[in-house]
Design a protein around this ligand. Structure first.
Ligand code: MSP
Length: 624
């Protein structure tokens, strides 16, 4: 059977963190599980590189957007390699084949009569790359996600007739209970749909970092809305050799993602597919959100978890295991560094690591050739059925519970059968444990690909990974090397010290973000009352060689201000000059002289220039 699984394509705005790694690891676990079952697996991840957000960041960094994207696309690729992600392709929305096919998809929507030209007027959040209705805004002006003012956009825009698909989508969801999972998320989408759909603004004209709308002539300025471009990746990639045939309507198509972007996947994307006459995905699964030590993960808080750092310190598989085991898929999770070490020692080093290690130790000590019996004392087949049901039902943490039930049975069996007793049938007892470890090495592969391979090497096996079944056999084992060396208290402290957010780094990141957040809205700017003023007179202030006391004419009134321009201008140079004046500043007393406002100037001492207007404008006129 064909099994096609995708992750979101990630924005090239930064290097991957825990959240991105989580989605990708989950998708990898499912991909590897399906390979184990003998399915033909396609697994796609990649990067989302067009749109205003990337264009602006690249511009701020002073690099061309594609070069900017290269850097982060490489970081994503490298991270996935380090985390043993087994994707069969990696798509970038700037890949030429993708761009061409996005235009093909657009033409299909157009051919269905679902594209029309209109004008968009409303709010846009660049960080979300999303339009918001007035109703959705917080305090009438802020993005509900970023809590920052949205931008007001007014431009010609092509529209996609999304409203037409309201009922077809509701019908499809009702007929296909596993189309949107988990159930709570499906209910959210259903109530959103029932609230009514408006058509989707599907093109932008005010910047050009994107895929041009096809067929608009050479002077056309429209580029395809970045989310349409991005969502299309799941389909465009299936024209590549690596994924050919995966969008043909047989087999499964699974989109894995965080709950933040469910609406795009569960509403816009299927509507587009319906319009284009293409098959719909089988399942859209939205998982929950990770926090870190109880707090929202953000650069501002300085607590962004770097999966590579954890993997370097404790092993890739330890990281993979923890994130999958800690939270039932779909639920919310907290990344508690101590809990990570706790599970590592108890479940990986102790339960699993020891099972293999102590057994191999005894094989060497007693110099025997272990041999498993035909009858399976652990009923592994039954557990395998539970494990498969769990994974087929998107419950990987439950599949791990099933595996650990077997691991514990194995350890209990050793204690009970006591192979160290002089008359114990050691070859049989240890053989059975090794056969259990062999079965486990297959079942663990989706979760711990690297350590599963190490297990098999120690078991002296070279058989290919496949769905295992218990059998009688002899083992020629290798020397025991702990799979997961225990972390003692000293090392634990050292690791926690390294992993936990550092206040200094946190502050630097916070001020960078604060600077970004310090941008003001037009309304904020309008609070400053700037006026054209004429200087009537300028006189020195005793014992303050930099300062003048100026009298200003504002038309309806006169004002006295203190200005630090005495080193650069002579009084007679100033008289009659028009300057820009801040009229609503709170008065202040400088060197005993009251200053009732401020004139605008740039620079200081030697290099100083007064604000000026390039032609005569009546005094008192507002400056905007
Ligand atoms: N580019 C869009 C997706 C387009 S898909 C056609 C995008 N990119 S993103 O870089 O912002 O990645 C969002 C995804 O990252 C989430 O949906 C989720 O999979 C993952 N996560 C990011 N932060 C997360 C947490 N704190 N917790 C869990 N997953 C999170 O959106």
């Amino acid at each position: 059977m064909r099994f096609y699984i995708t992750t979101p394509i990630y924005y090239v705005t930064d290097v991957p963190h825990l959240g991105h790694a989580y989605t990708t690891v989950i998708a990898d676990v499912l991909a590897r599980y399906h390979r184990l079952r003998g399915d033909n697996v396609g697994f796609l991840t990649g990067t989302d590189e067009h749109g205003q957000k990337i264009a602006r960041q690249a511009e701020a960094a002073g690099i061309a957007p594609r070069a900017y994207a290269d850097k982060f696309a490489d970081a994503y690729r490298a991270t996935w390699k380090a985390l043993e992600i087994s994707n069969t392709d990696f798509i970038r929305t700037t890949d030429a084949d993708h761009e061409a096919l996005v235009q093909e998809l657009w033409k299909k929507l157009e051919a269905a009569g679902d594209i029309y030209l209109g004008e968009y007027e409303g709010s846009y959040c660049v960080a979300c790359e999303q339009f918001y209705t007035e109703k959705e805004l917080v305090d009438g002006k802020n993005c509900p996600i970023h809590k920052r003012p949205v931008e007001v956009v007014k431009e010609k825009s092509y529209y996609f007739r999304l409203s037409k698909y309201q009922q077809p989508l509701l019908d499809h969801i009702e007929k296909n209970p596993s189309f949107i999972l988990p159930r709570e998320r499906r209910n959210e989408v259903v109530s959103f749909l029932k609230g009514g759909l408006t058509d989707l603004s599907a093109s932008r004209t005010t910047f050009n970092w994107g895929v041009p709308v096809p067929g608009q002539g050479s002077d056309g300025k429209h580029i395809i809305y970045v989310w349409i471009d991005a969502l299309a990746n799941y389909w465009t990639a299936t024209s590549r050799d690596t994924l050919r045939g995966f969008w043909s309507g047989d087999g499964q198509i699974v989109h894995m993602m965080g709950k933040d972007i469910l609406r795009f996947h569960a509403v816009y994307w299927p509507a587009m597919l319906m319009s284009a006459g293409l098959p719909l995905p089988t399942t859209i699964f939205a998982h929950g959100w990770w926090t870190v030590d109880g707090h929202k993960m953000s650069k501002t808080a300085g607590n962004v978890v770097d999966p590579l750092k954890l993997a370097q310190d404790l092993g890739v598989d330890a990281f993979r295991y923890f994130v999958v085991r800690e939270v039932p898929l779909g639920g919310e999770g907290d990344f508690d560094h101590e809990a990570f070490l706790q599970r590592y020692n108890a479940e990986l080093a102790n339960d699993l690591g020891n099972l293999l290690n102590r057994t191999l130790g005894m094989v060497t000590k007693y110099a025997i050739t272990p041999h498993s019996m035909a009858v399976d004392p652990f009923a592994t087949a039954r557990t395998q059925a539970d494990y498969a049901a769990a994974l087929d039902g998107f419950a990987p943490s439950r599949a791990l519970d099933d595996i650990w039930a077997l691991v514990r049975k194995g350890n209990a069996y050793i204690d009970e059968r006591a192979p160290w007793k002089p008359d114990a049938p050691r070859a049989e007892i240890l053989g059975n444990i090794l056969e259990l470890c062999r079965v486990l090495s297959h079942l663990l592969e989706p979760f711990l690909p690297e350590r599963a391979a190490a297990m098999r090497a120690q078991l002296g096996l070279s058989e290919p990974m496949a769905w295992p079944s218990w059998s009688a056999r002899s083992f020629r084992t290798e020397a025991a090397v702990p799979l997961f060396p225990r972390v003692d208290d000293a090392r634990k402290h050292e690791l926690l010290e390294r992993w936990r957010p550092r206040p200094a780094a946190a502050t630097a990141a916070a001020s960078a973000e604060a600077a970004h957040d310090a941008r003001i809205s037009v309304e904020d700017f309008a609070k400053v009352d700037l006026r054209v003023a004429r200087i009537i007179s300028a006189e020195p202030i005793p014992k303050a060689k930099k300062l003048y006391k100026l009298m200003l004419d504002l038309g309806k009134e006169q004002r006295q201000v203190v200005a630090g321009i005495a080193e650069r201008y002579k009084p007679e140079e100033l008289v009659d000059r028009r300057v820009i004046f801040v009229a609503n500043l709170k008065p202040a007393t400088i060197r005993g002289v009251e200053s009732q406002g401020m004139i605008l100037a740039a620079g200081e001492a030697e290099v100083l220039g007064l604000s000026a207007l390039d032609r005569e404008v009546p005094v008192g006129t507002k400056v905007r």
